[in-house]
Structure formats: structure tokens, C-alpha cells
Design a protein around this ligand. Structure first.
Ligand code: ATP
Length: 429
């Protein structure tokens, strides 16, 4: 079983590299641990994830608005938020080989690399330091943000003043975060640079409302993953124990995914109480009642990279003939591929080219004329393209094309002038 899971992970990593989803960062110089580059298909997949998230969390709601804060902030933010003192993981070092590990991730109390004994654990701060300024003497220490969250809190007043939005409301954001992880690994799962998608939802302090809003967002977030066709049996909630909760959380639950390397955090839902706004000395004034108070915050915090990775793993299928990614069409990097049956028949290529150009105006569409049709189908299956359109000799006679479905491999004939409508309906746009 363990070998099967490791084998699956190897297949995913190799597929991602071979087909242009994910490459090791700066690979030609030996790479750099914990950093990854997204290739042509990876960037499309990530963009689709972010667009779907933004639509569901911001654009389709009246009570949520978005911002895009800077990665580097005044370093005081991180002192006040507690990150310079409490954003730590317990680090142990092997006394023999000097390899370092996160103590809470170890299964045994001896070094997994050489069996050696460990040093006493010490708290290791995950913030990444940078130095800003144009002269050596004048350079000031700052940090690459360790979470995107603080950018929302420090803009709380700006948002309320500029929009007049009223509590309860949320501020959403998507952006890069950086953590000097002790042991990056499991492919992109634990990286040192990654992207987060977060919502901070502000409410009037009240235990009952807090619990209800917490439960509401738990359900919403689970439903979002399910709406993108992830397998239900591979998701679960896990409550944080009292001693594992982050320094800011009153209550925390993770949505976990059953990854080949074990159940792992997909997204966290946190009840942050008034921790952050109180630290930043920010309050909210209800202009109707005149009441002033420090709102409570319910947060949903997910990762774009983990979403991309888990959706690829979840979509992976194989049989004795082919492997395919059964992505939801909403997430598929490429929606349609267009082929002329033969590449040396001018009439077929010209007709296919006009179909391709027409579809490309509205959908992410690829072109392929290499090899035989079977190989082209398999190449598109492997990257999760839901539909392939083939222009053949019948097309020239009756203006119909073959549309082949990725999951069932079934084919049907559709009129070329109905193709746009046909795909729009399938994609529900
Ligand atoms: P973990 O326990 O895995 O270290 P965490 O509890 O510290 O994660 P949060 O601080 O709750 O994570 O971050 C919110 C989300 O950001 C996570 O659910 C995950 O999707 C993403 N994330 C956090 N750290 C990383 C990382 N090192 N690489 C990729 N994504 C990450």
C-alpha cells in the first residue's frame, strides 16, 4: 500500500514536469529547496483555481470585498501580530549528522536519516528576513509576509472608510506568502514560497454568532471543493487540539485531504476572536447605533498550491491503455483540443484552423496535428482536456465534427456552427 502511494506520487511529480505543470525552481542551477515554478499548464490551472475561488468568495456575494496588499510591510506589523515572537515551529537537530527536523512531524525520537540522537527542541521562527534600502548602513530589516492575513487587518479602517460596508462583512485576498519551513517537502505541499487564498470575516462579538459563522464557513468551504468535483471520501474535517492551535486562534478546524502521504491540511478555518484588531488597536463604529467595539474574526485560509496539487492527485486515473486527469472542466487548463484528421490534407487543415480560431475566442483551446488521432487523444487526456474536436472528411461534406469526451472516450457528431453553444452549456457559462 505504501509503495503504491509512493508510486502514485512519483507518477504525479513526473507528469507535472513532463507536461509543464510544475518545474523545480531554477533547475538549471540545481534548484533550490522549497521553491517551485509553474509551467504553461500549471499557471492556467492555478489561475482557474483563483478565479473560481474569487467568484465564489467575492464576486457572487454582497458581503465580501477584496484587496491586494503589499508583500513587504512595516516590520512593526509582525511585532504587533505576534509573529516575530510566536510564529515558530519546534526544531530539533541530529547530534550525529546535523540534519534538522520539525519535532512535531517526527514519528520516532531518533533521526530518520542516521538513527542519531536529537538536541533539545528550540523554537525556530519561520519569517523570512529581507533588507530594504539603498546603502549598506541604511538598510533596514523587513520581512516577506508569513501570512497574507495581516495585510487585511492593517487595511481594515481604509476599507470601512472607503466602502462604508457594514458588519457583518468579509475582506478577501489572494497572494504570496513565505515561510522558512524547516522541512519543505512532499512536492509543492510544503514550500517556502506559496500562495494563499483567505477570507477574514468580521462579526459583532458574540459567542453564539461566532460559532454559527464558524460552522457556516466550514460548510461553504467544503462545498466549494466539492463543487469542483473532488472526491468526497478524500476530504474530512479535523479539529485542532488545544496545544496545537496557532497563537491567534480561539478555535480551529482543518479541511484535510487524503493525500498519498497521509491525511494533510488543505485549508484552515480559524476563529481569531478579537486577537488581531485588538493588537492593531482598531475598532469598528456602528453609525446607526453609535456603538463602538472590536469585531471578532472568522477566517478561512487555504493554499493555491495545495489546491492545485490535491486536485491533480484526485483527478489522476489510469487503465491499461491510458492515464488521464479527470479535472472538473472548470479547472482544466485547456478545455478543448482541435485536430485535423490528417495534417497533409490542406482542406482539412484549413477547416480545422477556422474551427480552432473560432473556439479560441471563447475557450482555452489547443491545436494538435502531430502523430495519429489516438496518440493525440491520449496526450490531451494526460493533461485533463475534457473534449477533443476532430475535423474529418465528413466535416467537409456535412459541416459536422467529432467531439470526443475525455472520461468516457465516447464520440458524437456536432454541427460546427453549434459548437460554441454546445461547450458553453457543458461549461455552464
Ligand atoms: P501546516 O500545519 O501544514 O504547517 P499551517 O497550519 O501552518 O500549515 P496556516 O498557517 O493555517 O497553515 O496556513 C493556511 C494555509 O496556507 C494552509 O492550509 C495551506 O493551504 C497554506 N500553506 C501554509 N503553509 C504552506 C506551505 N509551507 N506550503 C504551501 N502551502 C502552505
Amino acid at each position: 500500500m505504501i509503495n503504491k502511494q509512493a508510486d502514485l506520487m512519483n507518477k504525479i511529480v513526473s507528469l507535472c514536469k513532463r507536461r509543464g505543470f510544475v518545474f523545480p525552481s531554477s533547475e538549471i542551477y540545481g534548484g533550490i529547496q522549497g521553491f517551485w515554478d509553474y509551467g504553461p499548464l500549471g499557471v492556467e490551472l492555478k489561475n482557474n483555481i483563483k478565479q473560481n475561488w474569487w467568484k465564489s468568495m467575492v464576486q457572487s456575494r454582497q458581503d465580501v470585498i477584496g484587496i491586494d496588499a503589499a508583500i513587504i510591510m512595516n516590520p512593526t506589523v509582525w511585532d504587533v501580530s505576534g509573529h516575530t515572537s510566536a510564529f515558530t515551529d519546534p526544531l530539533v537537530e541530529c547530534k550525529s549528522c546535523h540534519h534538522r527536523f520539525r519535532e512535531d512531524h517526527l514519528k520516532e525520537n531518533k533521526c530518520p536519516d542516521c538513527g542519531g540522537l536529537f538536541s533539545e527542541p528550540k523554537n525556530f521562527n519561520l519569517l523570512t528576513e529581507v533588507y530594504i534600502g539603498s546603502t549598506e548602513e541604511g538598510k533596514k530589516k523587513a520581512y516577506l509576509r508569513g501570512e497574507i492575513t495581516q495585510g487585511v487587518f492593517v487595511n481594515f479602517k481604509n476599507v470601512v472608510d472607503s466602502t462604508r460596508i457594514k458588519i457583518p462583512f468579509g475582506i478577501a485576498q489572494i497572494g504570496k506568502a513565505f515561510r522558512n519551513e524547516i522541512t519543505p517537502g512532499n512536492f509543492t505541499f510544503r514550500s517556502r514560497e506559496f500562495e494563499q487564498m483567505e477570507l477574514e470575516y468580521f462579526i459583532k462579538p458574540d459567542e453564539k454568532t461566532g460559532n454559527e459563522v464558524f460552522e457556516y464557513w466550514k460548510k461553504k468551504r467544503l462545498d466549494w471543493y466539492l463543487s469542483l468535483d473532488i472526491r468526497k471520501e478524500n476530504l474530512r474535517f479535523r479539529k485542532h487540539e488545544d496545544d496545537e492551535r496557532a497563537h491567534y486562534a480561539r478555535k480551529a478546524e482543518d479541511i484535510e485531504y487524503k493525500a498519498p502521504f497521509g491525511w494533510s491540511e488543505f485549508e484552515g478555518i480559524h476563529h481569531r476572536g478579537d486577537y488581531d484588531l485588538k493588537n492593531h488597536k482598531l475598532t469598528y463604529k456602528d453609525n446607526e447605533t453609535g456603538e463602538e467595539y472590536t469585531p471578532w474574526v472568522i477566517e478561512t485560509s487555504g493554499g493555491v498550491d495545495r489546491t492545485a496539487l490535491f486536485f491533480i492527485i484526485d483527478a489522476y486515473r489510469e487503465d491499461d491503455k491510458r492515464s488521464w486527469l479527470a479535472f472538473s472542466p472548470k479547472l482544466a487548463p485547456c478545455k478543448i483540443a482541435v485536430f485535423p484528421l490528417l495534417k497533409n490534407k490542406k482542406e482539412l487543415v484549413e477547416k480545422a484552423d477556422s474551427v480552432y480560431k473560432e473556439l479560441k475566442k471563447d475557450f482555452a483551446t489547443a491545436w494538435d496535428e502531430r502523430g495519429n488521432i489516438g496518440k493525440r487523444y491520449y496526450a490531451q487526456d494526460e493533461i485533463g482536456t475534457p473534449w477533443c474536436v476532430t475535423i474529418d472528411f465528413d466535416t467537409l461534406k456535412d459541416n459536422t465534427v467529432t467531439v470526443r469526451d475525455r472520461d468516457t472516450a465516447k464520440q458524437e457528431r456536432i454541427k460546427t456552427d453549434e459548437l460554441k453553444q454546445y461547450f458553453a452549456k457543458k461549461l455552464k457559462i
